[in-house]
Ligand binder design. Structure first.
Ligand SMILES: [Zn+2]
Length: 245
């Protein structure tokens, strides 16, 4: 909807806005640094279309200090990200948007949870903010047989998605599988390259463009269902003494 004029958007008067968030960061030897942003753009477009929502162009930069070590990863301070997102949501609230769906397509944005909680605690019921993290879909897609391995970073899922939407940027001949020994929480104790010299956490060699298209289709259905469920949950609340939250 960002391709329409302001007058068109006035006429359509959407009450939901979809805000996809990516990250500019290394994605192993076979995927481009734009990967999370490209995936966020595609998911955002599909979800907004499905919901008749105002689509905001995907944000390309967030927080990714865990990807330090090679050139091309760009981050901001978590507190800057928090403030920026607060400003964006409040600008939408002022214009009469009632519901904001944040679509997070990068796992390392740990300030997202307090941000969403603070926005809802402060501004509910005037505005309702729901968070969808694309990482929660991958285990479901694995159970449903769409994926064959666990996804964390530049693995089967992200590689399949990029093969579906930007195959010219994917180098499958350079793809290396790597599932590190340490748990993902160890990214707080050292860059991803310490745990995985390739900068990959998953099995990209299992990726295909066909799987990528299925991930986008099924992921969009799951995201729309979950967004509606969260908004309905928040709409169903009565005031609790002094609190609308
Ligand atoms: Zn990624």
């Amino acid at each position: 909807m960002y391709r329409k004029t302001a007058d068109n958007i006035m006429e359509l008067n959407p009450e939901i806005a979809i805000l996809p968030v990516g990250s500019l960061e290394q994605h192993g030897p076979h995927l481009p640094v734009m990967t999370d942003w490209a995936i966020a753009s595609e998911f955002g477009r599909r979800i907004a279309e499905e919901m008749g929502a105002f689509l905001i162009p995907a944000l390309p930069i967030s927080t990714c200090r865990e990807q330090m070590g090679k050139k091309g990863s760009v981050w901001m301070e978590p507190t800057t990200f928090y403030q920026m997102m607060m400003d964006i949501v409040l600008s939408l609230k002022l214009q009469g948007f009632k519901k904001i769906g944040i679509l997070q397509c990068h796992g390392g944005i740990f300030i997202m949870t307090p941000l969403v909680r603070d926005l809802n605690a402060r501004y509910n019921p005037e505005i309702k903010v729901a968070l969808i993290d694309s990482n929660i879909f991958y285990p479901i897609l694995q159970r449903e047989g769409i994926l064959d391995s666990q996804e964390f970073h530049a693995g089967e899922a992200e590689t399949s998605e990029m093969m579906a939407i930007a195959p010219e940027t994917v180098f499958m001949d350079r793809a290396i599988d790597c599932v590190p020994e340490v748990p993902q929480t160890y990214l707080s104790y050292g860059s991803i390259f310490r745990a995985s010299p390739a900068g990959v956490w998953g099995e990209p060699t299992r990726a295909t463009a066909k799987k990528g298209e299925k991930i986008f289709q099924r992921g969009t259905e799951l995201a729309v269902e979950e967004l509606n469920r969260i908004f309905a949950y928040m709409e169903g609340k009565d005031k609790l003494n002094y609190s609308n939250f």
